[in-house]
Write a protein that binds this ligand. Structure first.
Ligand code: DGY
Length: 339
């Protein structure tokens, strides 16, 4: 029996490639940047039984029409706002993501951003570099205290919980907002639930960790920023789409919130002339929440395992739409592992 064929939309860590190659044939866009042009991606997908993709690939009806053989889309990310899950489910195509393996690494970047913005690390570095370092005086480069402050975490999933765990070590009061109450946060981490407006009013640090969905798109706009303290720091490690960037620009210029730190932008890479980048109270990183070699290897391995499992008739490890199996017309494995 022929081995299943896989398309991999970017170069991935070798152990994951080896795993795929052990039971599948594959083609790969063997570059890191830029991604394959859309037409190349679609024509490669046309002959694939499964694809391993990055968050930058749009998986929608156009993709499904172009890739009639495709049985699994393995996303190498936990967020899957790039995937039209309903369309895949309807056609019996499984989608998978990579939860858990990146939780701690992403919580670390949330904290790196929080600390950097609170204590003006990037602004200070630039001042030193540019010879604008003023001799020590009592009012130079004053920041915000982190220890003992109040942190408001939006999203009570794995990453939000990991952010809260770190906050306990800083003796912070932890507030959270989520669609559902989280016993884990409340009992294990002594966090207190708040309606969003109350959380915004009370928090010294507002950290957005919830995924981008129809409900969270544009969640942070002029109204929400106006509710924050004029000493507050806003951190976003979710997706750029949860923030209205124009509103954030105006809010930061007006000094409420006091500063913001973003790992994600509405358009990525964000153009260098994005006005936000000109503001001294904005810290930006280029979507590096999960960017350590160990974590990226774990993400690629999980995506590869999902892909290989489904293509050999086994259940995926981390499905987004397990109900797709009910719609699927294929049940038998494409090939046996011995192929
Ligand atoms: C994710 O997994 O969703 C991250 O944003 C990718 O770095």
């Amino acid at each position: 029996m022929a081995k299943p064929h896989v398309f991999i939309s970017r170069r991935i860590p070798q152990p994951a490639l080896d795993l795929i190659a052990s039971t599948c044939t594959y083609s790969m866009w063997d570059h890191l940047s830029p991604p394959a042009p859309r037409e190349v991606f679609l024509s490669e997908a046309a002959r694939a039984d499964g694809v391993l993709v990055m968050p930058s690939e749009r998986i929608d009806a156009e993709f499904l029409d172009a890739a009639p053989r495709c049985r699994i889309v393995a996303n190498m990310a936990v967020g899957y706002d790039n995937i039209d899950v309903a369309a895949l489910t309807q056609r019996g195509v499984i989608a998978t993501n990579t939860p858990d393996v990146l939780t701690e690494t992403t919580a670390d970047i949330a904290w790196a951003l929080l600390m950097a913005a609170a204590r003006r690390v990037v602004e200070g570095h630039k001042a030193v570099q540019a010879g604008r370092w003023e001799p020590w005086h009592p009012f130079y480069m004053l920041g915000q205290d982190v220890f003992g402050a109040t942190i408001g975490i939006v999203g009570a999933g794995r990453i939000g919980t990991a952010v809260a765990r770190r906050a306990r070590a800083f003796h912070m009061r932890v507030l959270y907002h989520n669609r559902r109450r989280s016993p884990q946060l409340e009992v294990a981490l002594d966090a207190t639930y708040r309606e969003l407006d109350d959380l915004l009013r009370e928090s010294d640090f507002v950290v957005m960790t919830a995924p981008l969905t129809a409900e969270t798109r544009g969640l942070f706009g002029a109204r929400e920023f106006a509710l924050m303290k004029d000493t507050a720091v806003f951190v976003n490690v979710s997706r750029g789409g949860v923030v209205n960037e124009k509103a954030l620009y105006e809010a930061l210029k007006a000094g409420r919130p006091w500063a913001a730190a973003l790992d994600v932008f509405e358009v990525e890479p964000t153009p260098p002339d994005n006005p936000l980048l000109q503001l001294p109270n904005l810290v930006a990183t280029p979507h590096i929440g999960s960017a350590t070699l160990r974590t990226r290897t774990a993400m690629a391995m999980l995506a590869a395992r999902n892909l290989v499992s489904v293509l050999h008739g086994e259940p995926p490890l981390t499905p987004i739409n397990p109900e797709a199996l009910r719609h699927t017309t294929w049940t038998a494995p494409l090939s046996s592992k011995e192929d």
